[in-house]
Structures are given as C-alpha cells and as structure tokens.
Design a protein around this ligand. Structure first.
Ligand SMILES: [Zn+2]
Length: 268
C-alpha cells in the first residue's frame, strides 16, 4: 500500500514527532511509503530536503491554487523538480470553493506553471502533474487541453466531483485519485464516480493532514497509515478484494510516478 498524496510538512505532525515518525507508523500498518505534495515554492524546496532524508518518501514541486498569493517564483520550481526524489509537478489547479485567492490570481499561477512545465518538457524535464480541482471542472479542463501536455500525465487528486465530471476527466485522458471521501456515507456520488474509473487509471491517497477516512473521521491529523481504509472502500465499491485493489493501486502508483516502491509487508 502507498499514499500518493499527503502533506507531511504541515505543522499538524509536530505533535506526532515529525514526518519520519509518521512514516514509521505507516510502515507498521503495511504502507510502503508516501509522496509529500508541495503547496508553495519554499514548501517544495523543504519537501525535497525531507524526501531526500527518508527512502520511503518522495515529493512534488508546485504551487497550490489556495497558496497562489504566497511569495515564490515559478521559475525556481525547475531546479527543485530536477532533484532526485521529485516525482511530479503540483499540486496545481483551480479551487472555486474558496473565494481567496481570487480566480485571477489562481489562474495566473495555473497558467504560469503549465507554460513553464511545457517549456521544461522540451528541455528534457518531464514529470507527471498532480491537479487540484475543486468545483472548477468547467474552467480547468479546457486549460489543461490547451496546455498541449499529454493527458495521461495528469492525475485529478482528491476527486470530489460527480460521475458526470469523472466521465469528463476520463474522456480527457487523465487519471483519478480518491481520498477518504470515498469512505463517507454522505458522499454517494463520489463512490459512484469510483466505479467508472478503469483499473489502470485509479489511485488512492490520504491528502493528510485533511480528510481522515471512516472509521477514523474524527481523528486529526489524518496520516498515511490510514490509506488502507481508502483501499478497502474502493475494493468494496468496485467489487474486488482489498488484496487485489492494493496490488493494482501499488502498480498504478509505480507506473504513474515512475518509481519502485520499497519492499515491505503489504497491508492486506
Ligand atoms: Zn493536497
């Protein structure tokens, strides 16, 4: 089992002893590792330092739409993306659930990153892209099409849309990743969306410290060890065993991010 998306630099983990202690707890639960996802340029740099200190951890380089008003130069992401444990750009995208930063600021950060990523690709630096899309499918999808970047290199993380929106993402050609929201009784639409995703385009993540899955919804912070509950929920929704779901999810994470997971006991 593997957590494709969490934020281990968030201060929430100080009370748990920091990232390596949190990863020890994940290892004990059969979780082989995690990707800590960046939210700002500075966070990306510090995430690289963190990932380079632990073989179970990888990181991304990007500016989150809700941090689009923070200081940082998009151009500086290139050197961070070239570091040895960087496996993706992102998370980047649009969030229309919150009013701040405003859409113009979010769009500028999104478009700036897509343009640079396309340019760096021509210079030989190619990485998959983690997309944050909250209530913004209609505005975001055309921008991704327009970028000319390969659709199969995008993953829509923390999918909380409808089955129809899942269909649009799949028709575009991107992957879809699910969080603890698939375990929530009050999110049947997301569970229905999870039945639509082909087995070779689905991933799982905690998005920790947010979104603790059932049966630990009240536990804060969420952490990578809880990704096993997302795997169990996906198995139940899609009608396979947890063991089968785990092997598929691990193989998908290895393929999408171009990594080899450390050998360790599996969760199921
Ligand atoms: Zn995230």
């Amino acid at each position: 089992m593997f957590d494709t998306h969490c934020h281990l630099r968030f201060p929430d983990y100080e009370t748990l002893g920091g990232a390596s202690k949190v990863l020890d707890r994940a290892t004990a639960a059969g979780v082989r590792g995690a990707i800590t996802i960046a939210t700002t340029v500075e966070d990306a740099r510090l995430s690289a330092d963190l990932a380079e200190s632990d073989d179970r951890l990888w990181h991304s380089a990007g500016i989150h739409p809700l941090y689009a008003d923070q200081p940082g130069d998009i151009k500086d992401l290139k050197a961070i993306a070239e570091r040895p444990r960087c496996v993706a750009f992102g998370e980047l995208g649009l969030d229309q659930h919150y009013a701040k930063p405003n859409q113009d600021t979010q769009i500028a950060a999104l478009e700036g990153q897509l343009e640079h990523i396309a340019q760096w690709r021509t210079e030989g630096l190619a990485k998959p892209i983690v997309i944050h899309c909250r209530k913004a499918f209609a505005d975001l999808l055309p921008r991704l099409v327009e970028s000319g970047l390969p659709p199969e290199e995008f993953v829509f993380h923390c999918f909380t849309g409808s089955p129809d929106e899942a269909r649009q993402v799949l028709d575009f050609g991107a992957w879809i990743s699910f969080t603890g929201v698939v375990t929530f009784q009050n999110a049947p639409e997301v569970a229905r969306a999870a039945t639509l995703v082909p087995r070779d385009r689905i991933m799982a993540e905690t998005d920790a410290p947010f979104m603790s899955p059932a049966p630990h919804r009240a536990v804060k912070p969420n952490e990578p060890k809880f990704v096993v509950h997302i795997c169990e929920a996906l198995a139940q929704i899609r009608g396979c065993t947890a063991k089968e779901m785990e092997s598929q999810l691990d193989a998908n994470a290895e393929q999408f991010f171009g990594i080899t997971l450390p050998d360790s006991p599996t969760a199921f």
